[in-house]
Ligand binder design. Sequence first.
Ligand code: GLN
Length: 496
Amino acid sequence: MNRRLPLMLKELSECYRSKAFEPLAVTEQTLARAKNLKELNAFIRTTPTKALHQAEQSVQRYKQGKPVSILDGAPIAVKDNFCTKDIHTTCASRMLQNFVPPYNATVYDRLERSGAILIGKTNMDQFGMGSGTVDSIFGATKNFWSESLRGTDFRIAGGSSGGSAVAVASGVCFAALGSDTGGSTRNPASYCGVVGFKPTYGLLSRHGLVPLVNSMDVPGILTRTVDDCAAVFNAIAGPDQHDSTTVKKPFDAILVSEVDRISLKGLKVGIPVEYHCDGISGEVLSTWSKVADMLEDAGATVKAVSLPYTSASISVYSILNQCEASSNMSRYDGIEYGHRSDENSSTEQLYARTRAEGFTAVVKNRILAGNFFLLRKNYDTYFQKALKVRRLIANDFDRAFREVDILLTPTTLSDAPLYEEFTKSHNRDQCAVQDFCTQSANMGGIPAISIPIKLSEKKLPISLQLMGPSFSEKALFDVAKWIEAQVQFVECYLDR
Ligand code: GLN
């Protein structure tokens, strides 16, 4: 698989300005590349008509010397759970297979206004429930780094935003939107060797993002570099009148420091002892300690910290996820939009058949479990208690961030599993392993970023995660960029 040497967003826009090449030609090449790499199954659908139209407009803007932003003319992809006006938004589900929204999600709308070019909508686990991009009515997405793509012989892309991660890793797009409820942006970023960022809850609007767990969902960003990630974040962050949970304070664009200006002296880095868990691979462990040493050598203080409620985290996440998900799924009843069963001789039958046909076992499982936890007799024992422990988990972070500025952890416990291996276990068990290091940031509402570090012995990406207190995005980006410059993961792409 040949890979065009990727430019960064800044270089791309400079090339456009200097007329080295034009957005239209780049868009045509990008669409052709997406077609050539169809086997990876990153896209549910590409949007060539829209892309070419947007590219022509971008050409005009550059001709007039008036590009709207650094993203003007940049090919991007959007996970198929963000509403895109007049373009199918399926959530990879039968239920929404024919759903065409009449409006744009705010984050996509802002990308469009920034001049970005939509190449297509990306594959995912249905409704975001998963961590492999293996449970889609359009089939699994294949990891770009797989040794083989034959049959079921490939590596999973991670999920649920696996299509977005592969669209970026394979050099088709410069950036992609994912969503992150428990790790769905960071997990595939980790397996695919790209940067995956989940911001502080409320900094990115959820308007038009099909909800899974409203209290944890955030749009996520996938790019090849930290600078690109910050550029996309700056274009889309800030208050939104359509989402009352967005932070009201106007958003000040983040200026990531030049790498030689980033000093780690005085930085306090915490290593949560509870993240040394069962099942973590030797290679991930050694990568984790090597990067910790690297930070220490550069002047940071690295120390062990404790997040005592980590052991309860997966269970609490799972209960709350299923409660909120079951409530969210109740809107799909065959009446207003989405799939409608032909067997509809009574309203009751219409509901029942529509939901029986439109949802898979994974979704039905979450609905049943969520409704069980929410029954009056179970409400206090499960839902209320889970909410209380969620607070304790958030308190763990608050306490840790009184001692340290930032936490360094693995993102995933290993490199990308083989599809066959991964799909042997049930969705619930997959998530328990895959979300181990990621879901607590969603429960605490804090920002986190996954950065690719190196290739494993099997030549698959290994990544680490940084987490910081709410609104510490600038610090996270700076430290991530420093690490990125040290490890030079980008060179691993040269051999692909
Ligand atoms: N694996 C998690 C889940 O299925 C992650 C979901 C997400 O972040 N969208 O709940």
